[in-house]
Design a protein around this ligand. Structure first.
Ligand code: NAD
Length: 274
């Protein structure tokens, strides 16, 4: 029987620990959240982030800018927030409208306030093992593994996906935990041959139920980062859970696996700093 890795419980545990720390130590933390435009999904994410801040005891400042906001205006706001001493985290909700250069915007955030961990300085620090903010979703995966009693050191870990937000930082974090790491991507030959070597398989491919049991070694741990809505409007992941789960020793469900960890780790970054 496999272990169901419970992201809902673990993310709640992390938020409760942070809440207690903030209250006990009287910490003053403030997160500025910027949203540009009317993307409905972004609206939901931003609201969830605000709610989590309230729960943990972090002040949140919300900037909901119109779709037609110019790149210059956005950069100016970031510059102001960079210099505001009482703001210790700045987050720009992605995606941005197409007339704004995302890279330029992320680069404008002061790396000491880069709680999303997307700034090249944060990415560089992660890759050379220096302290810095770490991208929330992959950091959440590491917490899921550790808090479920799954050893990472020495394991064969395979990550499917090489995006800047998930795949690459995920691989660097697993490496930092002393795993042997392989990264697969759209040009990988014989994908299944590689994924079947994995003791821990992390799937961030962005294709609904792509991974079935033929990708997985018997007894592997499978972490599903994907989030999709299926034809019936139900949430599903990149992994075909029903087919894969019986062949694993532990697996994350969707929903209730990696998803809730992202906000918990954002709260962690806001409270703990670099
Ligand atoms: P992405 O589209 O940027 O990257 C997908 C990666 O998969 C690419 O690097 C690509 O090379 C690789 N890939 C595509 N087809 C492949 C194939 N046939 N074989 C091997 N590799 C292939 O996606 P992303 O932003 O990294 O997100 C991945 C998934 O995770 C999405 O479903 C996304 O919704 C989800 N996600 C979840 C959270 C969360 O909080 N749980 C956060 C971010 C992303």
């Amino acid at each position: 029987m496999y272990q169901l890795i419970d992201g809902k419980r673990i993310s709640q545990e992390i938020k409760d620990e942070l809440k207690e720390k903030v209250a006990k130590q009287g910490l003053k933390r403030c997160l500025a959240v910027i949203k540009v435009g009317n993307d409905p999904a972004s609206g939901v994410y931003v609201n969830n982030k605000k709610k989590a801040c309230e729960y943990v005891g972090i002040q949140s400042l919300s900037y909901e800018l119109a779709e037609e906001t110019t790149e210059e205006e956005l950069l100016k706001l970031i510059e102001e927030l960079n210099t505001k001493e009482d703001v210790n985290g700045i987050l720009v909700q992605l995606p941005l409208p197409s007339h704004i250069d995302e890279d330029k915007v992320l680069l404008a955030i002061d790396p000491t306030k880069d709680v999303d961990g997307f700034h090249p300085v944060s990415v560089g620090n992660l890759s050379i093992g220096r302290p810095g903010y770490v991208s929330c979703t992959p950091a959440g995966v590491i917490q899921l593994l550790k808090r479920s009693g799954i050893e990472i050191a020495g394991k064969e870990c395979v990550v499917i996906g090489r995006s800047n937000i998930v795949g690459k930082p995920m691989s660097m974090l697993l490496l930092r935990e002393n795993a042997t790491v392989t990264i697969c991507h759209s040009r990988t030959r014989d994908l299944k041959e590689v994924t079947k070597r994995a003791d821990i398989l992390v799937v961030a491919i962005g294709k609904p139920r792509f991974v079935d049991e033929t990708f997985v070694k018997e007894g592997a741990v499978v972490i599903d980062v994907g989030i999709h809505r299926n034809e019936n409007g139900k949430l599903c992941g990149d992994v075909d859970f029903d087919k894969v789960a019986p062949h694993t020793s532990a697996i994350t469900p969707v929903p209730g696996g990696v998803g809730p960890m992202t906000i918990a780790m954002l709260m962690h970054n806001c409270v703990e700093g670099i």
